[in-house]
Structures are given as C-alpha cells and as structure tokens.
Design a protein around this ligand. Structure first.
Ligand code: ADP
Ligand code: MG
Length: 593
C-alpha cells in the first residue's frame, strides 16, 4: 500500500474529544490534542461511527458537522479525530460508478439496504477485487513529479493514467516497477524515493482532499467549442471546453431535462453528474434512467463515460456540500489524463441552502437573504476549478462546469443566481413564460448570453463565411420582433406597418423552427453543427428577403406555412433524400416569392 505521505499530513489520529452541545447536525466538541480545520472525525454512537467534519476551531472547542442523522448523540458522546481531511479515492473504476457525497457506491449500498445507507456504514469506493491490466511507463531511475505518469491501464475505451500521487510534492526517483500484468487497486505497482531518501510505494489508487484543487500543469485559455447539439446553445449562446455556464430557471422549466441532454450529447470524453435532488424522487429517477441510456457517439452504455454523485434532499445538508467537491475532484483527476470532462451540478441552489443552514447554526453574521457573506467566494472558487490544462507531455485536458440554479419563484435577483452570474462565462436562463407556452428548451434568448460568442464565431467564420455576423443579426431580429410583438398587443395588427409585421413574423419563424427543439424526438433531439449551419443559412436567406404582401393576413399565412415546413425538416434524417428535397422546395419558394 502507498503510504501516501504528504508534507502537511500528520502521521496518525491526532486527537480525541467529547460532545458538549448538539444543534441538529452541528456538534460542539471539547477535545485534547491537535485538531485542524476540515479534519474528518468519527462520532461514536453505540457500535456505529458517524462521519463528521471539523468546520470551526476555537481553543479546545471544535464545531463539527455530521454527515448523517445524529440520533443517539448525547452529552459526552466520544469523538475520534482522524487527522485526515475529507478525501476522494481516485483510481480506475470510478467511471460507471454511482456514489453519494461521501463516495459510498450506491449499488453496493442498494444490495445492503435499498439505496438508503444505514447510518455509520461506509463502503470502499473502488472495487478491491477487480484486476486491471497494468502497463508500466516510467522506467527505473526516472525522476517524476506529482501527477506524472507511472503507468497506464485501460478503463473502457480510455487510457487511465496511473499518476504519482498529487499529495506528494518534490521529485521522486523510481526504484522499482511492476511488470505488465493484472493487479488490483491495492497492489504495489511502483516504488520511488524522495529527496530525503525515504521510500514510497505506489498503487493504482491515491487520495486527495476534495476541497482543494489537485490541478497540475499550466492553465491555458480555452478556445475550443463544446458542441451540445442544442441549436439555441450552439448557435446563439455557444459553450467552450474549459468554460463555465449556468442554467437558472424556475421549478419545472426544464433545467433537469436540459442537463440530462447535455450529459448525453456534449462533445466531451467524460461527464460527472452531481445530483443534489430538488425532490427525493428526482435522484432516484437519475439512478433508474442513466444506466439505460446509450452513448450517441459510441453506441455503448452512457455510464461507461459517466460518474454520478448524488444526494437526495432527505440526506443531511452537509453531504450536499461534499458531493459538489467530490464531483469536481473526480473531474480534475480525469482532466490530468488529457481528457475533456463536463461537470454538471443540479442544483447548486441546494448546496447554497446547505451553506445557509450551517452558517445559521454557527451564528455567523448573515448576508443577503440569510446566506453567509462568503457565499459568493465559495461559488467563485467552485467555478474556478474549471479550465484547460496543458500537461507536461503536450496533451491538454479540460473541465467545463455547468450549474443549474433553482431560485424560488424564478426570481433571478436572488443571491445564488447573482453570485453565479458574476463568475460564469455563459448564462442560459430558462423562463416560465417560455416553458408555459411549451417553447422548449425554455432558454430565453432575450435574457441569455455567452461571453464565448466571439471566440467561437471566429473559429466558425472559417467554416462558414459571415457566421458571426449572421448570429448577431438573428439576435437583433429576435429583439426587434419581441418589441414589435408587444406593441402589436396594444395597437393591433392593423396599427403595425407591413415592414414591422415582417420583422415580427421572421423572428417568430426563427424561434419556432430553429430555437425550439424537441428533446424527445429521435431526429430532433441532437442537431449536429453541420446540420445547424445548413438550416441557419436557409433561415438567413429568409431574413434577407424583403417579401411583398398585400395584407397582414397574407403575410401571416405565408410565414405560418413556411415555419411549419422548416419545422418538419427537423424531424427528417439529415441529408436523406426527403431532407434534401424539403430543403430545396423551401429555398425555391423563398426565392420565387
Ligand atoms: P426543472 O428541473 O427545471 O424543475 P424539469 O427538467 O424536471 O424541470 O422539467 C419539467 C418537465 O417539463 C419535464 O418533465 C417535461 O415534461 C417538460 N420539459 C422540460 N424540458 C423539455 C423539453 N426540452 N421538451 C419537452 N418537454 C420538456
Ligand atoms: Mg430539476
């Protein structure tokens, strides 16, 4: 076994204590010995040990948040401090796994007790029996740093790098390597000495404290598009590999449907889904649904490139916070292998509520709407763990972070949405107005934005001349069309000029047949960029053309017909004869008109 020594880490359990006070999941403990912030502790209730984390220290008193139901905790209940921070176990086998915020594998849990873990039971995150085909890479005598590749194994279709533990700082010289062969995650695959001459043994796993970033390598500016197959996103509000975005929206507007869609179709290697359930049933849905989904790029099970971290609202709040950090740590680990990772968190509002609850119990000075004053910095720190990293061997890895936000009543002025908007690169705002009129995805083009428009536009202009100019113009049509539409509600169609009427109808056509998309249709659900470009060019021809109509009715009739014809194209297989014919007929009818 690896000793996994880190310079900062005390060698063994450092202290013990006794409970003095308990308020819900918050315990005040009097201790003797050394205790550090963030340290994991176990609270002994009968023959069970409840996991907890030190969140405040003052003199010989520490405050602990317990990750479980605290029934049975009493005055003088014994507490054992471990000296370890809250850690993730990293190694092959993370993919396909479904774990809770403390990395208990839920499938194993389900075998024991049906998805709800009895308190005080913890299960090893990785399979201890499974053997992996290990291939040594570093030779005896090689000098390695944290994160450098010691060897590799195959995890599905990915090359999983076995790296020098990130907790080890300094230069390590390899003294022994295991020959190629099948090993389990606890077997030693290499040995190395540090500059002080101490020997370390490496296995295929390592541990890392989840609240810190493990990133190693140079952070570089993201430039590559992350395709989603969602037209309104890719065309109007593009996302970037290594960037950040948020999807705020009122309850029922389609945040979860959108996140599931992104987890399936985004052009990345690996997806980490952090599900902090809105409703208890929602997480169970994730657990039921995901294992049956197919990866549209490979035809294999989607789980082969997915890790799910989930907490239902019935689990204690502290576990929600740890699930966010566990998810991002796993994402960072795979980024160091040169892979593109997407982390989706649904919903970050649940996490913020957990912070508010704990802050209240700690009697901290509250900020806006009783959220702690550090809410903004916590959110910023989380999104800052995104980005593109250049690795030593020239490869690049990225983490894109997308967070759903669920403000009460869909009011975006509240603190969590505002703190998120201050740090993300793209805002896909879902509106009640759009979901009520079944304009799905309910991303509101009038309020949404992406700071990546120019970067992506520049890239796409090479493929399609004038791409970014067309995108900007389409946006202008939407704004103008909306304004005219609102005026029309007051003055009626007759009071609207023919020119204005045309702008309004063009904007409606763009919305109806392009921005709206059926997530549940076989053809329409995923619209590749090539397909988007062809359709977008066709719509731009319509924008360009000044049609002549003799009446408002005639104009309305013409555009209704046209938009239905275009919409129908979305349900046809791309580049089929049917599709090409429909495209030609529409093009001709626009030209001839
Ligand atoms: P939220 O997570 O915002 O509370 P959901 O994603 O659970 O909302 O969506 C609620 C319901 O809205 C879904 O069950 C579905 O019926 C409908 N819906 C959401 N998005 C779409 C979509 N893109 N196409 C069709 N229906 C949708
Ligand atoms: Mg939801």
């Amino acid at each position: 076994m690896s000793e996994s020594l880190s310079p900062e880490k005390p060698a063994a359990a450092s202290a013990a204590g006794k409970v003095e006070k308990a308020f819900g999941n918050l315990l005040q403990v009097r201790f003797a010995g050394r205790v550090r912030q963030g340290e994991v502790a176990f609270v002994k209730v009968g023959d069970r040990k409840l996991k907890a984390e030190v969140i405040e220290i003052a003199g010989a008193l520490a405050k602990l948040q317990v990750f479980e139901d605290t029934r049975g905790v009493d005055f003088n209940t014994e507490v054992e401090l471990t000296g370890d921070l809250l850690e993730a176990e990293l190694g092959p086998g993370l993919l396909t796994s479904i774990v809770d915020g403390l990395q208990n594998p839920l499938e194993e849990v389900a075998k024991l007790s049906g998805y709800f873990l009895p308190t005080g039971v913890y299960i090893a995150p990785l399979d201890r029996e499974r053997k992996w085909d290990y291939i040594p890479v570093a030779a005896v005598g090689a000098s390695l740093k944290r994160g450098d590749t010691v060897g590799t194994t195959s995890e599905g279709r990915f090359t999983h790098r076995i790296m020098v533990p990130f907790a080890l700082y300094g230069v390590y010289r390899i003294t022994w390597t295991a020959p190629r062969g099948f090993y389990n995650v606890d077997q030693i695959v290499a040995k190395a000495v540090d500059p002080a001459g101490r020997e370390h043994a490496f296995t295929m796993t390592q541990k890392w404290p989840i609240k810190n970033s493990l990133a190693q390598g140079e952070k570089i500016k993201p430039t590559k598009m992350m395709g989603t197959g969602v037209r309104i996103v890719d065309t109007q509000f593009p996302l970037i590999k290594g960037g950040t975005f948020c999807t705020p929206g009122p309850f029922g507007a389609g945040k979860t449907v959108l996140q599931h869609h992104l987890s399936k179709y985004s052009s990345v290697d690996i997806v980490v889904v952090v599900a902090c359930g809105e409703r208890a049933g929602e997480v169970v849905e994730v657990l039921r649904e995901f294992p049956h989904l197919t990866d549209p790029y490979t035809g294999e099970s989607l789980m082969n490139r997915t890790v799910i971290v989930c907490n239902t609202s019935s689990m204690p709040v502290a576990a929600r916070e740890s699930s966010i950090y566990l998810g991002i740590t796993i994402a960072e680990y795979y980024r160091q292998m040169g892979l593109d990772v997407l982390l989706l968190a649904d919903s970050t509002s649940r996490w913020a509520q957990a912070l508010r609850e704990m802050s209240g119990r700690l009697e901290e000075i509250p900020g806006d709407e009783a959220f702690p004053a550090y809410l903004g910095s916590r959110i910023a720190e989380f999104y800052e763990r995104s980005g593109v990293i250049a690795l030593a061997d020239g490869a690049q890895g990225s983490i894109t972070i997308g967070g759903a936000v669920s403000p009460a009543g869909g009011n975006f002025e509240e603190p969590v949405t505002q703190a998120t908007l201050a740090v993300v690169g793209a805002f896909l705002g879902l509106s009640r107005e759009r979901s009520d009129s079944r304009r799905y995805p309910a991303i509101d083009p009038l309020i949404s934005w992406s700071k990546y428009v120019d970067t992506i536009g520049h890239e796409l202009d090479h493929q399609i001349p004038e791409w970014s100019a067309m995108v900007k113009r389409a946006n202008k049509f939407l704004l103008q069309g909306n304004e005219i539409g609102r005026r029309m509600e007051v003055v009626g169609e007759e009071g609207t000029s023919m020119d204005d009427m045309q702008i309004y109808l063009k904007a409606e056509l763009y919305d109806f047949s392009y921005l709206q998309q059926n997530a549940f249709d076989k053809e329409d659900a995923y619209c590749p960029l090539e397909r988007q470009m062809l359709l977008f060019k066709l719509i731009n021809k319509i924008f360009d053309k000044k049609f002549k109509f003799t009446s408002h009715d005639e104009a309305r009739g013409f555009f209704l017909n046209l938009q239905n014809q275009i919409k129908n194209m979305n349900f046809m297989p791309f580049n089929s004869e049917m599709y090409r014919n429909a495209h030609r007929i529409i093009e001709e009818s626009v030209e001839l008109r």
